[in-house]
Design a protein around this ligand. Sequence first.
Ligand code: FAD
Length: 416
Amino acid sequence: MKIVVLGAGLIGVSTAYYLSRAGHEVVVIDRQPEAGLETSFANGGQVSASHATPWSNPETPAKLLAWLGRADAPLVFRFSTDPALWGFLLRFLANCRRRPSQKNGATVARLALYSRALLAELRSETGVRFDAEDRGILHIYRSQRELAKADAIAERFRALGMALDTLDAAACVTREPALEAQAGSLAGGIYSADDLSGDAHVFTQGLQKYCAERGVTFRFGTTISRIAHSGDRVTGVTTDRGVISADRYVMALASYSPLMLKPMGIRVPIYPAKGYSATVPVTESNRAPMVSITDDDHKIVLSRLGNRLRIAGTAEFDGYNAEIDRVRAQAVLDAGDALFPGAMELPKAEFWAGLRPLTPDGVPVIGRTRFRNLILNTGHGTLGWTLACASGRIGADLATDAEPEHDITGLGPDRF
Ligand SMILES: Cc1cc2nc3c(=O)[nH]c(=O)nc-3n(C[C@H](O)[C@H](O)[C@H](O)COP(=O)(O)OP(=O)(O)OC[C@H]3O[C@@H](n4cnc5c(N)ncnc54)[C@H](O)[C@@H]3O)c2cc1C
């Protein structure tokens, strides 16, 4: 079968890998000159099943109110009359209730565990390297109250088969000695030994090359303008370089998916949430962490990528504007520097901003549509690196009528 994948980020390239592995003819289209140059470029680097709690959770509404008006707040809204934003926010708030939030968290956690297992398989099969650190992820907390709340959430994930250890402050420092300077201010942490970190962009490019060597065609520098359809079938993808047709189509266009789907009468509530990262050379190796860190108070994550440290975080609802706001980018760097003082060559920080394709429930959109040969694989929000392999595998299974080995209940676009 000939299958076209729209988008060559983490999700599109992973889908192409599983399609090609199953013996299909695969063409991947992307407007960029190479793979992984948009949202998958400089993310937080965490493959973090332990981070499955969606942003839409019971704690969020109060935090949003507390952050209103602060230029360096972890989350800001730029006022907009965009009805897509307001529709998104209403659904987001509805998902902040305890029951839906716990259900969504469990769906994501199961998918993340599946993805982590597939990533291990993919690594041994392909040999793709990406500055991986298989040293786990440590979530740190500064008050006993926050630690107790995190432990209650961890308990629900443990019931799903996730190995999570609750550590006191001293054990956190033993686990990651670079936290020594923080020992006095830490209450403790939750450690996920089986999570890992690595450079998502390097991974995407490595896997793209592996796929290309095995016959997958990549049409880079090719911008998709619309999807042509007739009756219940997609007939082709219209691009600035002509129409590309296939038997099946998988859409992995992240935040741009709803714009492409709207003229087809398909509405998916995916909205871009801009985030920032700073990538900084490490100067004092023993002061910079090797274990990937999530600092929940400051809403940042830190990952060691070889001799660099990646610090990422914040969310900004500013439509499709991916420009870097220096105040917010600096706030991310400052938070990382405060945690690991003297570890980095700060003037050499490289800032980046990307648009997370967020869904209101925090669950990606992977499933069939009313067009029988169109599959969606999008809306991976804060966790596209964590969920890439499972999403690629399920997307490929659905596109080729294979029965997914993972339970896909609650992933499809029909839930909206
Ligand atoms: C600051 C930040 C930190 C993050 N940290 C983490 C983390 O630690 N762990 C984690 O799991 N996730 C993290 N994420 C989320 C993760 O990066 C995303 O979920 C993931 O990159 C989404 O992958 P994608 O392939 O769907 O999107 P993309 O990588 O954006 O791929 C979509 C592709 O579609 C192409 N495209 C779009 N429109 C068109 C068009 N019209 N024509 C042709 N091509 C088109 C684009 O060029 C792009 O290459 C983070 C995100 C951000 C912003």
